[in-house]
Write a protein that binds this ligand. Structure first.
Ligand code: NAP
Length: 253
């Protein structure tokens, strides 16, 4: 497998950090892009320490899509992989949350992924075609939940983006797939200072009663393994699909 150049958005933390590490460990060059510059630099330092190639970029997916692509091309000469991972969650009551605040989740996750995908795909086409885009979705994309209409709607839209871009970019040999995690042990699991995986409710319902058949949240590396599989493009006939990685959560009822 030839080495490739990847951009991972939101790579300063959690799942994105694990994806950047795994791609770099496979020999790929990684642009570690994050809104938090210190976090991006810290991940790059870890990767370089481990013998990998990576460069840090402070970038907001809402505004800096082209700058990320330019950084990949200027630093490594091409762009082959985009992982649209950056995301945010905050509880939002549908009846009372000001619309601007509600919309922020859609702006970061859906429009951010859309803008980054377009800038990346334009570069891949200009290079002669070929490449992989992986969108980080969520099981929330196809489930209902309280205080989550902004987040779940954005993730549902990302799944549709995955399907549509897979069709539209196929003539350019660009594969577009998604990964939908269930519960993952990252800073995003901490809401209002409480790690939702450590609450009694979570332990009783999801763990002891095995609502999650594997009876635990995922570690970020367990999601990154699937992202890396899709990102490398070894599955050459797989496009337009979102793989659910949830410990069996959504096959129970
Ligand atoms: P995380 O640890 O909070 O990491 C997300 C990273 O994205 C953070 O470094 C964050 O920076 C950054 N970010 C936020 N807004 C950004 C923007 N506008 N531009 C660039 N970077 C931005 O979260 P995670 O759990 O790894 O989540 C990664 C992805 O997985 C998200 O798309 C999330 O929706 C999805 N997911 C997570 C879970 C879970 O249980 N953790 C489950 C399903 C899906 P700041 O920290 O400074 O905001």
């Amino acid at each position: 497998m030839p080495t490739q150049t990847a951009i991972v958005t939101g790579a300063g933390s959690g799942i994105g950090r694990a994806c950047a590490h795994q791609l770099a460990a496979k020999g790929h060059a990684v642009v570690v892009a994050d809104i938090n510059e210190a976090a991006a630099r810290s991940v790059v330092a870890e990767i370089v320490q481990a013998g990998g190639r990576a460069t840090a970029l402070q970038a907001d997916v809402r505004h800096d899509a082209q700058r990320m692509v330019d950084a990949a091309v200027q630093t490594y000469g091409a762009l082959d992989i985009l992982v649209n991972n950056a995301g945010i969650f905050y509880p939002a009551d549908f009846l009372t949350t000001p619309f601007e605040d509600w919309h922020r989740a859609v702006d970061v996750m859906f429009y951010g992924a859309t803008k980054c995908s377009r800038a990346a795909a334009q570069q891949m086409v200009a290079q002669g075609g070929g490449g992989q885009i992986v969108n980080i979705s969520s099981v929330n994309a196809f489930l209902g939940a309280p205080l989550s209409s902004h987040y779940n709607t954005a993730k549902g839209a990302i799944d549709q983006l995955t399907r549509c871009l897979a069709v539209e970019l196929a003539p350019h040999r660009i594969l577009v797939n998604g990964v939908a995690p269930g519960f993952v042990e990252t800073p995003m699991a901490v809401v209002d200072g409480v790690n939702e995986h450590s609450t009694q409710d979570f332990k009783q319902f999801y763990v002891q009663r095995r609502r999650i058949p594997l009876a635990r949240p995922a570690e970020p590396d367990e999601i990154a393994t699937v992202v890396t599989f899709l990102a490398e493009g070894t599955a050459t006939y797989l496009t337009g699909h979102t793989i659910v990685v949830d410990g069996g959560l959504t096959v129970t009822f």
